[in-house]
Design a protein around this ligand. Structure first.
Ligand code: FMN
Length: 268
């Protein structure tokens, strides 16, 4: 065994096939007469680990326990089923307030952190409030009038909706922000693209686990506007919440997929 910074290459099992060398996006590996060598500039994408036919590369800086051997029986999806799953996912606005078991939350988070990230930075933080959500909601509603005043001063385009939501809450006890959801996911990163991909994974995984979700642009706007909420989340002023998503069992059952606008596709 040879310990070379980020990579451990098992020379006893390496067959010198160069698949890792060819697939490495940062050209961090080379094959020499003495065997595989690490040059440097590793992106820590783990492709070398994934592509090696003899499982001869370990990356101690990464979570090797999460690596799973490919097995067609448990990895391959039927394309039709995958598309139907994607088409059948719905934004849920009627949650039943049943707690999501922690292993289910963990599976959703696991799906999120396996999404690709720009330059493989994997810098997103994932926060889930479930036990703490009731306290968070109290702080949210306490602070909402002040948030609305701020929005008035700024001429925010979301002001009318916020005022209506507060009115609905006060007069009808209807919550247009949290919709009775038992859990809330936040993705903290300044890269919206990363956050979008991670949240799509979380949402689809949730769907497979019978957990519905709702991306919530109103909460995404409201939370950073209230310093007490940011403090409650343990977030500094310079940290960006890019996704807020509610999650929980759906109180609505759908019988079919929803229609979309006519497609605007170009294949040329
Ligand atoms: C980025 C984003 C933000 C959203 N914000 C809200 C929101 O604040 N409140 C809400 O009720 N729905 C919100 N939605 C849900 C959309 O309205 C919903 O995706 C759309 O109506 C299509 O419905 P479907 O997701 O069931 O296909 C949001 C969706 C996205 C992608």
């Amino acid at each position: 065994m040879e310990n070379i910074e980020r990579l451990i290459i098992n020379r006893d099992t390496c067959v010198g096939c160069s698949l890792c060398v060819n697939d490495c996006p940062s050209k961090a590996l080379r094959m020499t007469d003495d065997g595989l060598e690490y040059i440097g500039r590793c992106l820590e994408c783990g492709h070398c680990v994934a592509v090696c036919p003899t499982n001869s590369i370990t990356m101690p800086v990464l979570d090797m326990d999460g690596v799973v051997e490919y097995n067609p029986a448990t990895f391959d999806l039927k394309p039709e089923a995958l598309l139907n799953t994607m088409k059948f996912r719905r934004s849920i606005r009627f949650f039943s307030n049943v707690e999501i078991p922690e292993p289910v939350l963990m599976q959703m988070l696991e799906a999120g952190r396996h999404a690709p990230t720009a330059s493989n930075t994997q810098k997103s933080r994932f926060i889930v409030l479930q036990k703490d959500l009731p306290r968070f909601k109290e702080l949210f509603w306490e602070g909402l009038p002040a948030t609305i005043e701020k929005m008035k001063a700024e001429g925010s385009p979301a002001l009318a909706a916020f005022e209506r939501f507060l009115h609905n809450y006060n007069t009808k006890n209807f919550d247009n922000f949290f919709f009775n959801a038992p859990a809330m996911f936040l993705i903290v990163t300044d890269n919206l693209w990363d956050a979008g991909l991670a949240s799509a994974n979380i949402e689809l995984m949730g769907h497979a686990l019978k957990i519905g979700s709702l991306h919530n642009g109103f909460l995404k706007r409201a939370i950073p506007a209230n310093p007490k909420l940011m403090e409650f989340l343990g977030l500094g002023e310079n940290e960006t919440i890019s996704v807020v998503m509610l999650a929980g069992r759906s109180g609505v059952t759908y019988s079919r997929t929803a229609p979309r606008k006519p497609a605007k596709f170009e294949i040329r």
